[in-house]
Write a protein of this length. Structure first.
Length: 170
């Protein structure tokens, strides 16, 4: 009787630990690829996150793209990433939303990262801005200049013209 129980237990253990056995998929999988997400690693996940916020703001792909760079990786420490928003085409509303909302975008992305698993495996250093030469052409700069003047006024504080330079603060 003892041998039958022993053989039964051994047979059960062999079935459980046999490499041929197909275990049903757990509903609590942790393998990133097995969960059905697109591949690409941490960079791709950060990119999807930042793009999601830009699209929610109505900033189209034609206007702004997202680049993710890993800026640091030390042995035994988490990888460190930054997001760069590249303004590539003049779209009045899209560009203004990015320019004026950059601090808010940075805050939103940081909050989203801290609420996700990304914070457990990496660190996020912030959102940077890059402008392509297309935005430095006359039509875009002219309209942007007019918008800035209408928002801030034509003169700097203290009655000085805005081209007089910036005072040093000590």
């Amino acid at each position: 009787m003892q041998d039958k129980k022993k053989n039964g237990v051994v047979a059960l253990l062999r079935r459980i630990f046999s490499p041929k056995s197909k275990q049903p998929a757990s509903e609590h999988q942790t393998d990133y690829q097995a969960l059905g997400h697109a591949s690409g690693g941490l960079e791709a996940e950060y990119q999807r996150l930042v793009e999601h916020h830009l699209r929610r703001w109505g900033v189209g792909e034609h206007c702004a793209q997202v680049e993710i760079q890993q800026i640091e990786q030390r042995k035994g420490r988490r990888e460190v990433f930054v997001a760069t928003i590249v303004l590539s085409a003049w779209d009045r509303n899209g560009v203004l939303r990015v320019l004026l909302g950059l601090p808010m975008l940075d805050k939103k992305v940081r909050e989203a990262v801290s609420a996700l698993w990304l914070a457990d495996v990496s660190a996020f250093q912030g959102v940077l801005l890059k402008v392509t030469p297309a935005l430095q052409e006359a039509p875009a700069t002219t309209e942007l200049r007019h918008l800035l003047v209408s928002l801030t006024g034509s003169r700097a504080p203290g009655g000085r013209r805005s081209g007089d330079g910036v005072p040093l603060v000590h």
